[in-house]
Design a protein around this ligand. Sequence first.
Ligand SMILES: Cc1cc2nc3c(=O)[nH]c(=O)nc-3n(C[C@H](O)[C@H](O)[C@H](O)COP(=O)(O)OP(=O)(O)OC[C@H]3O[C@@H](n4cnc5c(N)ncnc54)[C@H](O)[C@@H]3O)c2cc1C
Length: 411
Amino acid sequence: MTNTISTRCCVVGGGPAGMMAGYLLARAGIDVVVLEKHGDFLRDFRGDTIHPSTLDVMGELGLLEGLLRRPHSEVAHIDGIVGDERVHIADFSHLPTRCKFIAFMPQWDFLDYLANAARDLPTLRLMMNAEATDLIESDGVVRGIRGEAADGQFEIAADLVIAADGRRSCIREAAGLAVESLGAPMDAFWMRLSKQPQDQAATFGRISAGAMFIMLDRGDYWQCALLIRKGSADAIKAHGLDAFRHLLARASDMPAARFAEIDDLDKVKLLAVALDRLKDWAKPGLLCIGDAAHAMSPVGGVGINLAIQDAVAAANILADPLRRGPVDLPTLKRVQARRSFAVRATQAAQKMIQERVIGPALDSGSTPKLPLPLRLFNRFPILRRIPARLIGVGIKPEHIHPALLRDAPRS
Ligand SMILES: Cc1cc2nc3c(=O)[nH]c(=O)nc-3n(C[C@H](O)[C@H](O)[C@H](O)COP(=O)(O)OP(=O)(O)OC[C@H]3O[C@@H](n4cnc5c(N)ncnc54)[C@H](O)[C@@H]3O)c2cc1C
């Protein structure tokens, strides 16, 4: 028998966008169900960056101190290596934000913290291991979702469905919303590497002839990414393990023996990079936010921040009307109208870096020349505040509406 639940708002996806939207709406007293298809947040190959504007949002909610008590590292400057030259890219220490750094924290810790805060709210129901499989629609209006959990199929009737189910959103597909693809020249292989005493301090990225390599400090191990030409993963794997280790060695400037622990190509995960957006984020009864509305490239590591900003904008706009019942389409469209410029401008910047820096670097047989902006950042430190602002705060940062802050719990 199908289990049926009724709620005011059903949020599909417990990633940054969905957890934050669910938390904010529930804190405003609205009955919310958040569905997450996995049983926990423990997935490895996810972005780990919590940006100053997201930290500001957490501060406005009274959740910042508790968050920063969790293990994390604070990064006030971003550097990279092009060929053999170290380049200074961004300096966050002058930002007009509470935290003048990016917090590096495994995304599962961030989501787990938010989920724990959400569990204290009587109007939020977080269903783990619960996957939305289809929309329930009648007369052109989304009325809820169908899903599957360990104990069988279920249906959720809701005045509003928020799709926050990421870049492969099944909800946006079921809704038939048109997607505009902006293309991406690369995919990424992700892998773990244990730390060694001789390892240098954290390096964020290295661009060399035909290769890009990224190392993220995860405390007791490195999470590494090798960027490759889109679609070339099978050909690279076909050359075998030894050739792969040599490719890593060349890209990272470390000896191939350093990668001996990668003894099976199955330990290397492929993440397909996508850059796209919906023409319309909403239809009657449905709103898409985060990657479900606009898949972000890993360039700049800004996807989580944008997902959070969408969630804040959605809650600010929708909390009050949702309290009264179903929300009309023009009100849902206000969320896209508010966020669209920030998304488009950020995606345009990502596309430009993909096409002018990453694509040519991956194709090149020689070490790429330092692009002019990077030469200027190296020479004039004050200029590093510009990328810091764009990456750390983003365009049009959102703040929690005071009405949502009533009875804010103190951390
Ligand atoms: C290789 C790579 C590296 C990246 N690195 C960074 C980085 O360092 N920093 C950064 O800010 N961004 C990074 N990004 C982008 C970032 O991961 C996304 O922009 C961000 O996670 C989007 O958040 P979201 O909540 O919209 O979607 P997601 O994080 O994708 O969350 C969607 C959630 O929905 C769940 N879900 C999916 N389908 C269903 C369903 N049918 N029913 C129920 N639940 C479902 C999923 O399990 C998931 O938990 C990276 C992206 C890539 C591809």
